[in-house]
Design a protein around this ligand. Structure first.
Ligand SMILES: Nc1ncnc2c1ncn2[C@@H]1O[C@H](COP(=O)(O)OP(=O)(O)OP(=O)(O)O)[C@@H](O)[C@H]1O
Length: 290
């Protein structure tokens, strides 16, 4: 049974930064109701994040993305139809997919192939899962707005293939260091059927409009037992329920990175990953915005 890791570090404990971080380390998400830090280990678990627009999903995704890029031995794959939520990391990503279903499908097929290769390697070595000691890169697949690819753009066949690929990577990726972190602002059964929801080891419910949507994320019956994301005030952005497989939902407030802080982290990650500083924005981009 997975449980939330909420360590209480000594006052003198230092924060691991830069190349010492690993995707096998606990990822900092924010603080719980008692002001204690909330960490989760994502190398072997997938995370589903859902809630109404403006609740704070992208803020949480940003924390996880920053950890992924500051960690050594990761090749994050990003899918962001809005472009701007994860776009600042695009140059460092293994692949960055915008609002393009063909690109999304090609990318996920590639990830699936890597996953199949890793399973073949595990089988050949009589092993069942990849560990940090194997030195294999972790490929976090970070997806901001699942519903865009599964219900908004593309043909029915493309949407179905997209969902089948996500489902397969969520189901099999965790043993071979390919965790999926997926967000959606549409917590409804057509977007998150129970069979898909239940294979996400961690689920996060930001404010929802109804107790039913809250249950679609956390699991049936939690709203009735008092764990109801519809009770989170709209003004309390960043607050969410987190449930780990087999556990009980717990309220927490996600840490929030401002744009200038994200840019500072991108600069730092660029330096540690490429040994170069980040080039300034092209003049053409500035002209477009004028
Ligand atoms: N953890 C947080 N602490 C404080 N403020 C937050 C936090 N998370 C989000 N906010 C505020 O709420 C706004 C919306 O957050 P965010 O973009 O993350 O929501 P979202 O759920 O991703 O919305 P959408 O579905 O439209 O993308 C932010 O611009 C910020 O002002």
């Amino acid at each position: 049974m997975a449980t939330l890791t909420v360590p209480r570090p000594a006052a003198t404990a230092s924060v691991p930064v830069g190349p010492m971080l690993s995707m096998f380390d606990p990822v900092y998400l924010g603080v719980d109701e008692f002001g204690q830090p909330v960490y989760v280990v994502l190398a072997y678990r997938n995370m589903l994040i859902a809630g109404e627009p403006g609740g704070g999903k992208s803020g949480l995704i940003q924390n996880i993305t920053a950890h992924a890029f500051l960690a050594a031995g990761t090749r994050p794959v990003l899918l962001d139809p809005k472009l701007v939520e994860l776009g600042m990391w695009a140059d460092l990503a293994e692949e960055f997919v915008g609002p393009d279903i063909d690109h999304a499908l090609v990318t996920l097929r590639r990830v699936q192939q890597v996953m199949n290769n890793r399973y073949a390697w595990l089988l050949a070595n009589g092993r069942r899962k990849i560990t940090a000691a194997d030195g294999v890169t972790v490929i976090p697949v970070i997806l901001d707005e699942l519903a865009y690819y599964s219900a908004t753009i593309g043909t029915k066949e493309q949407q179905a293939e997209f969902i089948a690929l996500v489902r397969d990577i969520v189901a099999r990726g965790r043993a071979c260091a390919i965790p999926v972190i997926a967000a959606t602002q549409r917590p409804s059964v057509d977007i998150i059927p129970t069979s898909l929801r239940d294979i996400f080891g961690f689920r996060v419910a930001f404010r929802c409009t109804t107790p039913n949507s809250s249950d679609i994320i956390l699991g049936h019956g939690w709203a009735h037992s008092g764990f109801n994301a519809a009770d989170i005030l709209p003004t309390n952005q960043g607050v969410a329920y987190l449930i780990a497989e087999g556990g009980v939902p717990a309220l927490f407030k996600a840490a929030y990175l401002r744009d200038d802080q994200i840019n500072g982290l991108v600069d730092h990650a660029t330096w540690i990953r490429t040994n170069h500083t980040r080039p300034p924005a092209p003049a053409s981009a500035n002209a477009l915005a004028a």
